[in-house]
Design a binder for this molecule. Structure first.
Ligand SMILES: [Zn+2]
Length: 816
């Protein structure tokens, strides 16, 4: 295994030199290389148990879900359609053209797990599924099962023939196939899966490119760029690097006449982009691929573009948990400073993509701010994506909840669970890096690492304690050890004014063999000397509770504070508060907050405690104790209210909601279309929510709290209803319409609407003697009508031509 990796490293180094301009080879500084996860063995109390749960629970459970949900059956059916497999399976299963990527991701995770700890049963299982995948591949190398299986039910994705639609995800499937196959090859040395990937990559590079007879189009959903770079590193075949570079260059050009798309960052060429927009996972994967191409070709222009885009992301669109993507609509970015806690999307995959991208930015520059973002995402948003038990997953990771969020075992669109399995297994690979014989220590965790001929041993309780002891346990020589000074010890977490610490960090100290050292470098503490076996570095990073405040432009975070200790962001969860509620509390800046390790809680966590003020329903303020837990461990004790950003003043608090007619109702919406001539018959058969939670909208574009919207519906009739167990006397409704701009379709107040009530014989009839159904923006539209006694109310709205719409809040009133 070690021999393989060093061969690969040499191969890569040879290729890098080959790509440098003539004469530059001697002058250019050596590139920074990753230290593979297989060289880093963690024995800490934080990551090691999580990696073990990933190996023993998450990976097997994800494979079971793949089996249960027909993911492997789809390969079997494709193999049958290729004429090389016998099976009774007749129907292609699943709802997405990218369902093939679920098994690919879990195989990747399983490969990493195998490399870290050999397991014969798992090795054989992988052999069997890889064999099936190989049989599903068409003779020319093509591999997307829904297309091979001619599943026209999914034609909306892929069309009627291969490579017909840019959003078909065929190249996304190829990308994950390659990533997975490279991991399997590196872990086992077997070429079985790698050969499948090579055959597919050859077809991709033949089909797409600038030449005549080739398709001129970018990847659609990126990852093919990163994947082809990885395949190039393993095989040394330059065609793959050229292919990756082609997909990067083609982005935003629209050569084949397809419409530009902000959604997939295909709105302008990469070199002219300076703001991060669109689908967050696509953005993270695309810019990771661009960084790979930049590194392998030495092209500075790409790197400069990436630095501009990164500046925008990190200073205006990064959540304090390291997450990205503020909106559910289009699963992506909103405007600058849209950092709403409750409706934050922060997809687990997007946080992983953010680590990929930032790690590559570090490799390109050696700057610690990129690792600051990695560390923030790792300890917070990424880990929130999986339960402590390892078998439940979050898709979106909001920073605030009314208790409506709960992890699930699997999803129809199952991108996140598979991604977690492959990512958590690879975490040790982000700890160290090397540049020539110099060593970067980027992340701190107890364990051993073999870096060239040197072995380093870390002893630490990180992330619960900032004392780190690093011993040179093998080897030695003249080189530098660069110790990252974490962002959480500075004046701002990622070196800009998006977030700043409201308090001052205490000074840290460093010593070598007991002698204190006062470093000048603010990002890395560089210890350059002749190292010998037994040398000991001691870092003492004071791990105090720190208060973070956000830039005033982030409206939702005004008057609030986030608590952090080391790299861990904290939250208040209802279960830990005396009144089982969180939003009615505020924490004064002057109040001390203490930390205490609770070994019996949530697998053993450091909790924060102190005195909060609580606003009672009467308006009086009382003193209460509060307890905060690490954000990454929320929702492991049932669904309940939670907040990361805590009020620092009474104005930013919110009282517990009252019992109202609306709050007692269950909310439903229509799933299917509504007949134009009979809107009262609109079926309301689908669960909905967000309109009766009593968060008061500030304006029609206020999407900071839950609301109901009709995504991708334009100009149609849409319905939403309240249903009660018992009949209620009602005579007035107040409706606050949604109205905001989105790159993927705007939301406007409706053209018109009407209100219906449910009759005793379960028919719907329009209310009588009603006032005008108004569609005013930025206020409630109040409509009184003749009192009815009913078990249901239903709004049917006709959306404006070409526009979508929604409801922020809907109140119901009885006779006063
Ligand atoms: Zn996902």
């Amino acid at each position: 295994m070690n021999r393989q990796i060093s061969l690969l490293t040499m191969l890569l180094a040879a290729n890098l030199t080959a790509n440098l301009p003539a004469g530059a080879a001697n002058k250019a500084p050596q590139s920074i290389q990753e230290v593979p996860f297989t060289q880093v063995h963690l024995t800490d109390g934080f990551w090691a148990p999580r990696i073990e749960v990933n190996r023993t629970v998450s990976i097997p459970s994800a494979f079971r879900e793949c089996e249960k949900n027909g993911r492997f059956d789809n390969f079997a059916l494709a193999a049958k359609n290729n004429g090389c497999y016998q099976t009774d399976i007749k129907e292609h299963q699943g709802d997405f053209s990218f369902d093939d990527t679920d098994p690919y991701k879990v195989i990747e995770g399983a490969s990493y797990a195998l490399a870290a700890k050999y397991d014969a049963k798992l090795d054989h299982y992988l052999d069997s599924v890889i064999n099936l995948i190989a049989l599903a591949q068409e003779p020319d190398g093509y591999l997307t099962t829904c297309v091979t299986n001619k599943c026209y039910r999914l034609s909306g994705w892929w069309g009627r023939s291969k490579w017909e639609k840019i959003n078909s995800h065929e190249l996304y499937n190829s990308g994950h196939l390659i990533e997975s196959a490279v991991a399997h090859y590196r872990a086992t040395g077997k070429r079985s899966f790698l050969n499948v990937a090579i055959k597919n990559a050859d077809l991709v590079c033949k089909t797409f490119g600038p030449g005549e007879g080739q398709i001129h189009r970018p990847g659609g959903h990126p990852i093919i760029e990163m994947a082809l770079c990885k395949l190039y590193k393993v095989t040394g075949n330059k065609t793959y690097l050229e292919g990756a570079k082609y997909f990067v260059d083609e982005t935003g050009r629209c050569t084949d006449g397809h419409a530009p798309s902000m959604y997939s960052q295909d709105h302008m060429p990469i070199l002219t982009q300076d703001e991060i927009v669109g689908h967050a996972v696509r953005a993270g994967y695309l810019y990771s691929g661009v960084a790979d191409v930049a590194a392998l070709t030495g092209d500075r222009a790409y790197q400069q573009a990436l630095e501009r885009i990164w500046q925008n992301m990190s200073s205006k669109k990064l959540f304090v948990t390291g997450g990205i993507g503020s909106r559910a609509q289009g699963e992506g970015f909103g405007p600058n400073y849209e950092l709403n806690s409750h409706t934050a999307y922060c997809e687990t995959c997007a946080a992983i993509a953010n680590v990929y991208w930032n790690y590559r930015m570090f490799l390109a520059t050696g700057e610690s701010k990129y690792i600051d973002v990695c560390e923030r995402a790792l300890y917070n948003n990424v880990l929130s994506g999986v339960s402590l038990s390892g078998d439940r997953f979050f898709y979106d990771n909001p920073l605030e909840s009314d208790g409506e969020h709960e992890r699930q075992r699997w999803f129809g669109c199952a991108c996140c669970p598979g991604n977690v399995t492959r990512f958590v297994a690879s975490v040790p690979g982000y700890m160290y890096a090397r540049q020539g014989s110099d060593i970067y220590v980027n992340l701190y965790a107890q364990g051993k690492a073999t870096i060239g001929k040197v072995e380093l041993e870390q002893q630490t309780e990180y992330p619960w304690d900032g004392k780190v002891r690093i011993k040179v346990s093998k080897g030695g020589g003249k080189f530098a050890i660069k110790l990252r000074l974490p962002g959480w010890l500075k004046t701002s977490p990622v070196g800009n004014d998006l977030y700043t610490y409201a308090d001052k960090a205490k000074p840290y100290s460093v010593s070598v063999n007991g002698q204190s050292f006062y470093p000048e470098n603010r990002d890395y503490i560089t210890l350059s000397r002749s190292w010998k076996k037994g040398d000991v570095i001691e870092l003492d990073f004071p791990m105090e509770v720190r208060r973070i405040v956000a830039n005033d432009n982030a409206e939702d975070l005004r008057g609030k504070v986030a608590l952090e200790r080391g790299p861990v962001v904290y939250c208040l969860e209802a279960a830990d508060q005396p009144d089982r509620y969180v939003f009615n509390k505020y924490i004064l800046n002057t109040v001390p907050v203490s930390a205490r390790f609770e070994s019996a809680l949530l697998g053993g966590v450091m909790v924060l405690e102190g005195q909060a003020k609580q606003v009672e329903q009467s308006g009086e303020v009382s003193d209460v104790k509060f307890r905060a837990i690490p954000y990454c461990t929320w929702n492991n004790r049932g669904a309940q209210p939670m907040e990361v950003w805590i009020a620092a003043t009474p104005l930013a608090t919110r009282l517990a909601p009252l019992t109202t007619l609306a709050s007692q109702a269950q909310t439903f919406a229509n799933r299917g279309p509504i007949q134009n001539d009979a809107p009262e018959t609109a079926p309301v058969d689908s669960w909905a929510g967000g309109t009766n939670d009593q968060w008061e909208p500030k304006r029609s574009s206020d999407t900071s709290k839950p609301y109901h919207y009709w995504w991708l519906k334009r100009g149609t009739q849409e319905a939403i209803s309240y249903k009660w167990q018992e009949p209620q006397e009602v005579s007035n409704v107040q409706v606050y319409w949604l109205d905001f701009d989105h790159y993927d379709g705007d939301f406007r107040v409706p053209e018109s609407w009407a209100l219906y009530y449910q009759t005793d014989d379960d028919q719907w009839r329009e209310v009588e003697d009603h006032e005008a159904y108004t569609v005013r923006k930025d206020c409630y539209n109040s409509v009184s009508f003749r009192t009815v006694k009913t078990k249901g109310l239903k709004i049917v709205a006709k959306l404006q031509q070409g526009q979508s719409g929604g409801v922020l809040e809907w109140k119901v009133n009885g006779k006063d």
